[in-house]
Ligand binder design. Structure first.
Ligand SMILES: [Zn+2]
Length: 129
């Protein structure tokens, strides 16, 4: 027996083409409007979760005397360097990305990517003009 396909918006049984997802244009636009209403919050939650994860990982490796860590070690634990809260640029123009108070800066050492870990300092608040 063939399984009934239902409209994604109103759950009516669909009788049209195999790839049909909605009864009509109205249901289609109503569904997409609904998605748009819901997505900002799920995107917020996704970013929020990643920031928390990143901060927790940076914090756990940011110990005195152990301020450099191989990128692969953080990445395999779920660190995503594209999610950060702000950045700081030093006088040499190097960018340090921060996840709240914990920062990281990519360096290459012996052909391996590493992160130099730092902690936010009061002098970093100053905005260059
Ligand atoms: Zn429908």
């Amino acid at each position: 027996m063939k399984e009934n396909r239902l409209c994604l918006n109103c759950n009516e049984v669909l009788l049209g083409r195999k790839d049909q997802k909605f009864c009509d244009a109205h249901c289609k636009s109503a569904y997409h409007y609904e998605q748009l209403q819901n997505n900002p919050s799920s995107f917020y939650k996704k970013v929020d979760r990643q920031l928390k994860k990143n901060r927790q990982l940076l914090k756990s490796y940011n110990k005195p005397g152990k301020a450099t860590v191989r990128a692969a070690i953080l990445l395999e634990q779920g660190f995503n360097p594209r999610y950060f809260t702000h950045f700081w640029k030093n006088k040499k123009g190097h960018i340090y990305f921060f996840v709240y108070e914990f920062g990281f800066h990519s360096v290459m050492e012996n052909g391996k990517k590493k992160y130099l870990l730092v902690t936010w300092q009061p002098y970093m608040e100053k905005i260059d003009t």
